[in-house]
Design a protein around this ligand. Structure first.
Ligand code: GDP
Length: 360
């Protein structure tokens, strides 16, 4: 499964957030395939559509999609030099599919900030700098080799050109996920280098009540990290929230003026940042969301349920969630002409409720 690595300076609330994520994972414990790993938090992707489907189909249980977060401890200044914790840290980041940068935006004078001041933008720059330096090293090593290979016609010149353009972006101190497209770089050309700053980023601002109410501050930080997504949450509050049952948690959120838990927001944003989407299946046994990549076709989607479904794919009966709810049942949707029969070239849309037909 794709994973999101959590990084941040010391004392910004990473452990608090990660502990909340692993507590939230208890809810996902009815997953037959769930394995508990100490540094991985697998949280459900909130999806109210599943509740509706379960009502329509009388499903016994609901299985939401999940999002996996990995706790990557230990960014320090000089991590890019690969000393001590540095090497392990960089190796762990390379393995993650997206990077969640946690920064501190809460005031609390009792919690020491490593740099002596609370400035999320400076936190972000410190982390970007270490990752940019590591990528610079990778590319500086690669370019002379690529030059030889291009001369010997063993490597495409476009790859060398992309590496050189990427060096230019990194030398400005810019992460490639923010600067590559503007520099005309095709991300596919950079894939062989396993760079860190080409990965998609998410920014979590760990803030307090004042910060959660401060829309001007939030807009400023959102613009700062764009086109990446920003999530504003109070890690301490979230860690208390996951200890409550559903009704109590909803009351707490309402009292706090929030319509959604920060962890739920983070799960949604993380799922989207990984380039994933879901389709839905429903029946008397379960209503379930299945994870696929954006752009996948019906047979690829069927393969997530079982490889035989992909191999023997014949067709899919697809009803959009909205149409199904409006009709009230599959039979009613069929007679209203809302059930589509789709073939092997059909590209799945988010919210498709699907039944596959296949040969075994
Ligand atoms: P880490 O070093 O980034 O993992 O940070 P921790 O999660 O250990 O948090 C460092 C300190 O900040 C701890 O004393 C936490 O209780 C405190 N802390 C974490 N999040 C918050 C928050 O949202 N508000 C406040 N006031 N304190 C927090």
């Amino acid at each position: 499964a794709l994973t999101i690595g959590i990084v941040g300076l010391p004392n910004v609330g990473k452990s608090t957030l990660f502990n909340a994520l692993t507590r939230a994972q208890v809810l996902a414990a009815n997953y037959p395939f769930a394995t508990i790993e100490p540094n991985v938090g697998v949280v459900p992707l909130p999806d109210p559509r599943l509740t509706t489907l379960a009502e329509i189909f009388g499903s016994e249980r609901i299985l939401p999609a999940t999002v996996s977060f990995v706790d990557i401890a230990g960014i320090v200044r000089g991590a890019s030099e690969g000393e001590g914790m540095g090497n392990q840290f960089l190796a762990n980041i390379r393995e993650a599919d997206a990077i969640c940068v946690v920064t501190r935006a809460f005031a609390d004078p009792d919690v020491v900030h490593v740099d002596g001041r609370v400035s999320p933008k400076d936190d972000i720059e410190t982390i970007h700098t270490e990752l940019v330096l590591a990528d610079l090293q990778t590319l500086e090593k690669a370019v002379p080799r690529l030059e030889k290979e291009v001369r010997a016609k063993k490597t495409d010149a476009s790859v060398l050109a992309a590496a050189q353009a990427a060096l230019g972006v990194l030398e400005q101190g810019t992460v490639l996920s923010q600067g590559a497209r503007a520099a005309g770089i095709d991300p596919a050309d950079l894939a062989p280098f396993q760079l860190m700053t080409t990965k998609p980023f998410i920014y979590v601002f760990n803030t307090d009540d004042a910060g959660l109410a401060d829309t001007a501050m939030q807009d400023d930080l959102r613009a700062y990290v764009a086109p990446a997504d920003a999530v504003f949450l109070d890690a301490k509050f979230e860690s208390e929230l996951v200890e409550l049952d559903e009704d109590e948690a909803r009351e707490m959120l309402e009292a706090n003026g929030q319509d959604e838990a920060g962890l739920d927001q983070l799960a949604r944003v993380g799922f989207h940042t990984l380039g994933l989407q879901t389709y839905l299946t429903a029946g008397p046994k379960e209503s379930r969301a299945w994870t696929i990549r954006q752009g996948w076709t019906a047979p690829q989607a069927a393969g997530v349920i079982h490889t035989d479904f992909q191999k023997g794919f014949i067709k899919a009966e697809v009803i959009s969630f909205a149409d199904l709810v409006e009709a009230g049942s599959v039979a009613a949707a069929r007679s209203a002409g809302k059930a589509r029969i789709e073939g092997k070239d059909y590209v799945m849309a988010d919210g498709d409720v699907v039944e596959f037909r296949f040969n075994v």
